[in-house]
Design a protein around this ligand. Structure first.
Ligand code: M6P
Ligand code: ZN
Length: 207
């Protein structure tokens, strides 16, 4: 017996955590999926202008106001990004809208660490989770209030709003997953979700 007391692992690793003690608790409005503002919550908005090359019809995209906000993200990252073993929590709000017949959607990404997974869950609105494997096979899962989605390893993911109100969802992902946007910027997804006679239809991408 040495008489020394080991600190719990969490405290030993304090440097990996953001410092405020309140950082282990936040509040979210579950009806709307909005996290209450706090210093630890990072808020970003993605405009049409920032989504160059993401929508299929480039001339329709160019003709629209680049300042239009397509989606907003709140991310709560209580650990330093890249630390193994932690979890991050986020909310995404995708506005209703289209570029030509293609629904407003998130940029989409693979995880930089390809074997990392994620949960998405829908709080409000109607849309689709668009998934793509590394061979570019692309499919969707319907997103409606209450749907919970497990995103398997090595699967790119993005969210499209097919309805007329904001699509609101929450996400939970590993703190060392990272985002690989490059693969999507380069070749996109294997199919685009289009409004065909009022119904969402997955149409193979033009190559
Ligand atoms: C979810 C999570 C986040 C992601 C966000 C927006 O909240 O998956 O990690 O950043 O959606 O998606 P994207 O990064 O593809 O724009
Ligand atoms: Zn992800």
């Amino acid at each position: 017996m040495t008489g020394t007391v080991s600190l719990p692992k969490w405290e030993n690793e304090q440097a990996l955590y953001h410092t405020r003690s309140e950082a282990t608790m936040q509040r979210m409005n579950w009806a709307h999926g909005v996290l209450e503002p706090a210093p630890e919550i990072r808020e970003t908005a993605r405009t049409l202008g920032q989504l160059d090359g993401i929508f299929q019809n480039a001339s329709a995209w160019r003709a629209m106001d680049p300042g239009i906000v397509v989606y907003r993200v709140q991310a709560w990252c209580p650990l330093v990004e890249g630390v193994e073993g932690g979890l991050f929590w986020g909310t995404t709000l995708v506005e209703p809208g289209q570029v030509d017949s293609e629904y407003f959607m998130t940029h989409g990404h693979f995880h930089a660490k390809r074997d990392r997974t994620e949960y998405y869950a829908t709080l409000e609105g109607e849309g689709a989770l668009i998934l793509m494997d590394e061979s570019r096979k692309t499919w969707t899962e319907p997103m409606t209030r209450g749907s919970v989605h497990f995103i398997p390893p090595r699967i790119a993911h993005r969210v499209a709003n097919c309805g007329s109100v904001p699509l609101r969802c929450v996400a939970c992902w590993p703190s060392d997953a990272g985002h690989d946007y490059e693969a999507i910027r380069k070749s996109g997804f294997g199919a685009q979700l289009l409004n065909v006679n009022g119904e969402p239809k997955l149409v193979p991408s033009r190559t």
